[in-house]
Design a binder for this molecule. Structure first.
Ligand SMILES: [Zn+2]
Ligand SMILES: [Zn+2]
Length: 107
């Protein structure tokens, strides 16, 4: 029933032991902290998401919409590696256009 939902509304919400939430949007997985989730998706409630993963891209691969693109695992803009990749987050969700820098080519 896609026609009733905003294209950027996530499905398959899951929470990991590390605290990060992973959502599926149009077949792509995005991970983020609950704080970021609540900011991005005000219609959803992060507190209601069931915790069922022991690991996720956020904690194992350092991929997340609020994580630094260099893969350091630091929050975006809180990383001081000063690499070109630090200028962008590891993942981004913008107006229905999804970019993921998570595979080894860094986009
Ligand atoms: Zn995790
Ligand atoms: Zn960085």
């Amino acid at each position: 029933m896609k026609n009733t939902t905003n294209p950027t509304e996530p499905t398959e919400l899951t929470k990991c032991q590390c605290g990060a939430i992973t959502v599926n949007i149009d077949g792509n997985d995005y991970s983020m902290l609950p704080k970021t989730f609540d900011e991005l998706f005000p219609n959803q409630n992060s507190a209601e998401i069931e915790e069922k993963f022991f690991s996720c891209n956020y904690c194992t691969n350092h991929w997340g919409v609020d994580l630094c693109g260099c893969g350091s695992g630091e929050l975006f803009q809180k990383c001081y590696n000063n690499l070109p990749e630090c200028k962008r987050p590891a993942q981004s969700i913008e107006n229905g256009i999804k970019s993921c820098y998570s595979d080894n080519g860094w986009g």
